[in-house]
Design a protein around this ligand. Structure first.
Ligand SMILES: C[S@@+](CC[C@H](N)C(=O)[O-])C[C@H]1O[C@@H](n2cnc3c(N)ncnc32)[C@H](O)[C@@H]1O
Length: 209
């Protein structure tokens, strides 16, 4: 068979999708949404992009408060679990943020994300993509790991981990270089991994001028 005709190999997320919400880690991550929303209040008219939305742990808590959530993810299996939840104002969009045809999304009022940044190799390009998708005045609210020693996932390569968390000053600089302003990082939550260790998560907020 020619390589291009082979279906893509399932990713870690395709394989993990069905049980994703039952993982103890996912249950701890449920605390992210209320804390994120307290820091970045959203309006009932807002159109929000959830980058790397997965099964919609974050999107499902945001959707009742806004007009529309677009749940973008490369994993069809993760999005299938989200779609089965039947939220009327969440649109599942399968694709890579770097390969969206121009005009796929109208300018967004906000972009949120939980635990997806460390799965993208080129953070600078990702932040530029976020800036390009926001309307002027639109905000980002991005949650991920502070720099860690690789023990959070353990099998980093198998899980598609490109960054062992992030150093705040370096990430803030990339966000500012991407054209965002009022960029700030703060600890939002600590989660306990199966290895018994606690890992702090940051919330990075910022705004497109
Ligand atoms: C750790 S999961 C987090 C899912 C969800 N936000 C949560 O908190 O449960 C990361 C997600 O990012 C998605 N992802 C990784 N790279 C992506 C890309 N370039 N474009 C869109 N989604 C991506 C993966 O498929 C995966 O579902």
């Amino acid at each position: 068979m020619h390589a291009s005709t082979r279906p893509p190999a399932p990713t870690h997320f395709d394989t993990a999708a069905r049980d994703w919400d039952q993982r103890p880690m996912s249950q701890q991550m449920a605390a992210i949404a209320p804390r994120l929303l307290a820091a970045v209040p959203l309006a009932a008219t807002d159109h929000v992009l959830d980058f790397g939305a997965g099964t919609g742990l974050l999107a499902a808590q945001i959707a009742p408060l806004v007009a529309q959530v677009t749940a973008l993810d490369t994993s069809a299996a993760m999005l299938q679990v989200l779609t089965e939840k039947g939220h009327a104002n969440i649109t599942a969009l399968q694709g890579d943020i770097f390969a969206l045809p121009p005009g796929t999304l109208a300018p967004q009022d906000a972009i949120v994300s939980a635990m997806a940044l460390h799965h993208v190799a080129d953070t600078a390009a990702l932040l530029r993509a976020f800036a390009a998708l926001l309307r002027p005045g639109g905000r980002v609210a991005l949650v991920d790991l502070y720099a860690e020693d690789g023990s959070f996932h353990g099998d980093n390569a198998a899980k598609g981990v490109h960054h062992l968390g992030f150093a705040p000053a370096a990430l803030q600089a990339l966000a500012e270089q991407a054209g965002l302003c009022d960029v700030a990082l703060t600890e939002i939550l600590q989660v306990q991994q199966r290895n018994g260790r606690h890992y702090p998560l940051f919330l990075m907020t910022g705004r497109k001028p």
